[in-house]
Design a protein around this ligand. Structure first.
Ligand code: DGL
Length: 257
Protein backbone atom coordinates (compact mmCIF):
# COMPACT_ATOMS: atom_id res chain seq x y z
CA UNK A 1 0.00 0.00 0.00
CA UNK A 2 1.45 3.33 -1.06
CA UNK A 3 1.11 6.40 1.18
CA UNK A 4 0.02 9.49 -0.70
CA UNK A 5 0.22 12.94 0.89
CA UNK A 6 -2.06 15.53 -0.69
CA UNK A 7 -2.62 19.18 0.14
CA UNK A 8 -4.45 22.31 -0.85
CA UNK A 9 -5.33 25.68 0.68
CA UNK A 10 -8.65 24.10 1.66
CA UNK A 11 -11.21 21.64 0.31
CA UNK A 12 -10.38 22.17 -3.37
CA UNK A 13 -7.82 19.38 -3.48
CA UNK A 14 -10.65 16.95 -2.76
CA UNK A 15 -11.51 17.22 -6.46
CA UNK A 16 -8.09 15.66 -7.05
CA UNK A 17 -8.46 13.13 -4.23
CA UNK A 18 -11.70 11.98 -5.87
CA UNK A 19 -9.82 11.12 -9.08
CA UNK A 20 -6.87 9.62 -7.21
CA UNK A 21 -9.25 7.28 -5.39
CA UNK A 22 -10.69 6.16 -8.75
CA UNK A 23 -7.25 5.53 -10.26
CA UNK A 24 -5.56 4.23 -7.10
CA UNK A 25 -8.42 2.98 -4.90
CA UNK A 26 -6.43 0.81 -2.52
CA UNK A 27 -3.86 3.24 -1.17
CA UNK A 28 -3.52 5.26 2.02
CA UNK A 29 -4.21 8.98 1.66
CA UNK A 30 -3.21 11.80 4.02
CA UNK A 31 -4.99 15.06 3.20
CA UNK A 32 -3.94 18.44 4.63
CA UNK A 33 -6.36 21.35 4.25
CA UNK A 34 -4.48 24.60 4.92
CA UNK A 35 -7.69 26.50 5.44
CA UNK A 36 -6.29 28.74 8.19
CA UNK A 37 -4.24 30.29 5.36
CA UNK A 38 -6.89 30.14 2.61
CA UNK A 39 -7.12 31.58 0.00
CA UNK A 40 -3.62 31.15 -1.44
CA UNK A 41 -4.66 32.95 -4.64
CA UNK A 42 -3.50 36.45 -3.66
CA UNK A 43 -0.60 35.44 -1.36
CA UNK A 44 3.07 35.89 -2.25
CA UNK A 45 5.08 32.94 -3.59
CA UNK A 46 7.33 33.13 -0.48
CA UNK A 47 4.32 32.80 1.83
CA UNK A 48 3.02 29.78 -0.08
CA UNK A 49 6.49 28.20 -0.17
CA UNK A 50 6.67 28.41 3.64
CA UNK A 51 3.29 26.73 3.96
CA UNK A 52 4.28 24.07 1.42
CA UNK A 53 7.46 23.27 3.40
CA UNK A 54 5.47 22.94 6.62
CA UNK A 55 2.97 20.58 4.99
CA UNK A 56 5.70 18.58 3.25
CA UNK A 57 7.39 17.99 6.62
CA UNK A 58 4.02 16.80 7.94
CA UNK A 59 3.55 14.39 5.02
CA UNK A 60 7.11 13.04 5.33
CA UNK A 61 6.47 12.44 9.01
CA UNK A 62 3.46 10.31 7.98
CA UNK A 63 5.72 8.25 5.69
CA UNK A 64 4.41 9.55 2.36
CA UNK A 65 5.81 7.94 -0.82
CA UNK A 66 4.64 10.82 -3.00
CA UNK A 67 3.15 14.27 -2.39
CA UNK A 68 0.40 15.59 -4.64
CA UNK A 69 0.26 19.37 -4.65
CA UNK A 70 -3.49 19.44 -5.31
CA UNK A 71 -3.55 23.19 -5.78
CA UNK A 72 -2.68 25.08 -8.95
CA UNK A 73 -1.59 28.16 -7.01
CA UNK A 74 0.78 26.20 -4.75
CA UNK A 75 2.12 24.30 -7.75
CA UNK A 76 2.91 27.60 -9.47
CA UNK A 77 4.48 29.15 -6.39
CA UNK A 78 6.24 26.27 -4.71
CA UNK A 79 6.71 23.00 -6.59
CA UNK A 80 10.14 23.92 -7.99
CA UNK A 81 11.30 24.89 -4.49
CA UNK A 82 9.90 21.68 -3.00
CA UNK A 83 11.61 19.52 -5.63
CA UNK A 84 14.93 21.27 -4.98
CA UNK A 85 14.69 21.09 -1.19
CA UNK A 86 13.20 17.60 -0.80
CA UNK A 87 14.94 15.40 -3.39
CA UNK A 88 14.05 12.30 -1.37
CA UNK A 89 10.36 12.36 -2.39
CA UNK A 90 8.56 12.89 -5.72
CA UNK A 91 6.00 15.68 -6.09
CA UNK A 92 3.09 15.73 -8.53
CA UNK A 93 1.61 19.12 -9.32
CA UNK A 94 -1.36 20.54 -11.16
CA UNK A 95 -1.07 21.27 -14.85
CA UNK A 96 -3.53 23.76 -16.38
CA UNK A 97 -5.31 21.72 -19.08
CA UNK A 98 -4.51 24.16 -21.88
CA UNK A 99 -3.24 21.43 -24.21
CA UNK A 100 -6.43 19.30 -24.39
CA UNK A 101 -8.46 22.51 -24.58
CA UNK A 102 -6.35 23.84 -27.47
CA UNK A 103 -6.58 20.52 -29.31
CA UNK A 104 -10.35 20.22 -28.85
CA UNK A 105 -11.69 23.74 -29.41
CA UNK A 106 -13.84 24.34 -32.48
CA UNK A 107 -14.31 28.08 -32.03
CA UNK A 108 -10.57 28.58 -31.64
CA UNK A 109 -11.08 30.32 -28.30
CA UNK A 110 -10.40 28.73 -24.92
CA UNK A 111 -11.15 30.26 -21.54
CA UNK A 112 -9.07 29.66 -18.43
CA UNK A 113 -10.48 30.19 -14.95
CA UNK A 114 -7.82 30.26 -12.21
CA UNK A 115 -6.49 32.30 -9.30
CA UNK A 116 -4.40 35.43 -9.79
CA UNK A 117 -1.32 33.57 -8.51
CA UNK A 118 -1.70 30.79 -11.08
CA UNK A 119 -2.30 33.16 -13.99
CA UNK A 120 0.82 35.20 -13.08
CA UNK A 121 3.04 32.14 -12.58
CA UNK A 122 5.75 31.17 -15.07
CA UNK A 123 4.38 27.63 -15.32
CA UNK A 124 1.09 28.86 -16.71
CA UNK A 125 2.69 31.56 -18.87
CA UNK A 126 5.04 28.98 -20.43
CA UNK A 127 2.15 26.63 -21.19
CA UNK A 128 0.15 29.50 -22.62
CA UNK A 129 3.10 30.46 -24.83
CA UNK A 130 3.08 27.01 -26.44
CA UNK A 131 -0.49 27.37 -27.72
CA UNK A 132 -1.28 31.05 -28.13
CA UNK A 133 -0.20 31.12 -31.78
CA UNK A 134 -2.79 28.46 -32.60
CA UNK A 135 -5.75 29.45 -30.43
CA UNK A 136 -6.97 32.53 -28.65
CA UNK A 137 -6.61 32.10 -24.89
CA UNK A 138 -8.66 34.29 -22.57
CA UNK A 139 -8.42 34.24 -18.79
CA UNK A 140 -10.38 35.31 -15.78
CA UNK A 141 -9.88 34.94 -12.04
CA UNK A 142 -12.76 32.96 -10.54
CA UNK A 143 -13.58 35.75 -8.11
CA UNK A 144 -15.22 34.41 -4.97
CA UNK A 145 -15.29 30.79 -6.20
CA UNK A 146 -12.92 29.51 -3.48
CA UNK A 147 -15.00 31.19 -0.77
CA UNK A 148 -18.21 29.61 -2.14
CA UNK A 149 -16.68 26.13 -2.00
CA UNK A 150 -15.18 26.62 1.45
CA UNK A 151 -18.62 27.71 2.66
CA UNK A 152 -20.34 24.72 1.04
CA UNK A 153 -22.32 26.89 -1.40
CA UNK A 154 -22.07 24.76 -4.54
CA UNK A 155 -25.32 25.75 -6.27
CA UNK A 156 -28.22 28.19 -5.97
CA UNK A 157 -28.62 31.90 -6.69
CA UNK A 158 -25.49 33.11 -4.86
CA UNK A 159 -23.29 30.55 -6.62
CA UNK A 160 -24.85 31.42 -9.98
CA UNK A 161 -24.32 35.17 -9.60
CA UNK A 162 -20.72 34.75 -8.49
CA UNK A 163 -19.83 32.23 -11.20
CA UNK A 164 -21.54 34.23 -13.94
CA UNK A 165 -19.51 37.37 -13.17
CA UNK A 166 -16.24 35.58 -14.01
CA UNK A 167 -17.47 33.10 -16.62
CA UNK A 168 -19.51 35.44 -18.83
CA UNK A 169 -16.52 37.52 -20.03
CA UNK A 170 -14.93 34.30 -21.35
CA UNK A 171 -18.14 33.23 -23.11
CA UNK A 172 -18.49 36.73 -24.56
CA UNK A 173 -15.06 36.27 -26.16
CA UNK A 174 -16.35 33.12 -27.88
CA UNK A 175 -14.76 30.45 -25.67
CA UNK A 176 -16.23 27.01 -26.36
CA UNK A 177 -13.87 25.29 -23.90
CA UNK A 178 -13.31 26.29 -20.28
CA UNK A 179 -10.25 25.07 -18.39
CA UNK A 180 -10.70 24.80 -14.63
CA UNK A 181 -7.32 26.04 -13.40
CA UNK A 182 -8.03 25.86 -9.68
CA UNK A 183 -8.88 22.68 -7.80
CA UNK A 184 -11.78 24.32 -5.97
CA UNK A 185 -13.62 25.06 -9.22
CA UNK A 186 -14.73 21.49 -10.14
CA UNK A 187 -17.08 21.67 -7.15
CA UNK A 188 -18.89 24.44 -9.04
CA UNK A 189 -18.83 22.52 -12.34
CA UNK A 190 -22.61 21.92 -12.36
CA UNK A 191 -23.24 25.66 -12.17
CA UNK A 192 -20.47 26.45 -14.67
CA UNK A 193 -21.85 23.95 -17.19
CA UNK A 194 -25.42 25.13 -16.75
CA UNK A 195 -24.48 28.78 -17.28
CA UNK A 196 -22.15 28.00 -20.18
CA UNK A 197 -24.71 25.87 -22.01
CA UNK A 198 -24.43 22.60 -23.89
CA UNK A 199 -22.00 23.82 -26.57
CA UNK A 200 -19.23 24.47 -24.07
CA UNK A 201 -16.82 21.82 -22.79
CA UNK A 202 -15.47 22.21 -19.25
CA UNK A 203 -12.14 20.51 -18.49
CA UNK A 204 -11.00 19.41 -15.03
CA UNK A 205 -7.31 18.36 -15.08
CA UNK A 206 -7.65 16.07 -12.03
CA UNK A 207 -7.95 12.75 -13.96
CA UNK A 208 -4.65 13.47 -15.73
CA UNK A 209 -3.00 14.30 -12.41
CA UNK A 210 -4.24 11.01 -10.93
CA UNK A 211 -2.76 9.06 -13.85
CA UNK A 212 0.54 10.90 -13.46
CA UNK A 213 0.60 10.04 -9.74
CA UNK A 214 0.17 6.36 -10.59
CA UNK A 215 3.08 6.54 -13.06
CA UNK A 216 5.28 8.27 -10.48
CA UNK A 217 4.53 5.60 -7.85
CA UNK A 218 5.24 2.82 -10.34
CA UNK A 219 8.54 4.45 -11.35
CA UNK A 220 9.49 4.75 -7.68
CA UNK A 221 8.82 1.02 -7.22
CA UNK A 222 6.09 1.61 -4.60
CA UNK A 223 3.73 -1.25 -3.74
CA UNK A 224 0.32 -0.33 -5.11
CA UNK A 225 -3.05 -2.02 -5.39
CA UNK A 226 -2.83 -4.18 -2.27
CA UNK A 227 -4.95 -2.15 0.16
CA UNK A 228 -6.50 -1.56 2.53
CA UNK A 229 -7.89 1.79 1.38
CA UNK A 230 -7.31 4.40 4.06
CA UNK A 231 -7.96 8.10 4.47
CA UNK A 232 -6.66 10.47 7.13
CA UNK A 233 -7.41 14.18 7.10
CA UNK A 234 -6.34 17.26 8.96
CA UNK A 235 -6.83 21.01 8.67
CA UNK A 236 -4.90 24.01 9.94
CA UNK A 237 -8.27 25.72 10.63
CA UNK A 238 -11.72 24.29 11.41
CA UNK A 239 -12.14 20.75 10.07
CA UNK A 240 -15.91 20.98 9.35
CA UNK A 241 -15.72 22.55 5.87
CA UNK A 242 -13.40 19.76 4.77
CA UNK A 243 -15.60 17.01 6.19
CA UNK A 244 -18.68 18.52 4.54
CA UNK A 245 -17.08 18.49 1.08
CA UNK A 246 -15.45 15.12 1.71
CA UNK A 247 -18.91 13.53 2.09
CA UNK A 248 -19.60 14.49 -1.53
CA UNK A 249 -16.67 12.52 -2.89
CA UNK A 250 -16.21 9.38 -0.78
CA UNK A 251 -17.98 6.95 1.53
CA UNK A 252 -14.79 6.21 3.43
CA UNK A 253 -14.92 7.47 7.01
CA UNK A 254 -11.68 9.38 7.51
CA UNK A 255 -9.41 9.29 10.53
CA UNK A 256 -9.10 12.89 11.74
CA UNK A 257 -5.52 13.70 12.69
N1 DGL B 1 -7.39 25.32 -4.82
C1 DGL B 1 -6.37 26.24 -5.12
C2 DGL B 1 -5.88 26.24 -6.53
O1 DGL B 1 -5.97 25.22 -7.14
C3 DGL B 1 -6.17 27.44 -4.28
C4 DGL B 1 -7.23 28.43 -4.28
C5 DGL B 1 -6.91 29.51 -3.30
O2 DGL B 1 -6.62 29.20 -2.14
O3 DGL B 1 -6.90 30.69 -3.70
O4 DGL B 1 -5.41 27.20 -7.04
Amino acid sequence: MAKIGIFDSGSGGLSVLRELQKTLPLESYFYFSDNAHCPYGEKSPEYIQDRARFITDWALDKGADVIVVACNTATAAAIATLRAEYPQIPFVGMEPAVKPAALGTKSGVIGVLATAGTLKGSKYLNTRGLYEDDVKIVEHVGKGFVELVENGILDGPEAETTVKASLQPLLDEGADTIVLGCTHYPFLQTVIERLAGPGVRVIDPAPAVAKQTKRVLEDAGATIGEGPAQLSVTASGPIDPLLRTLKLITDITPAIL
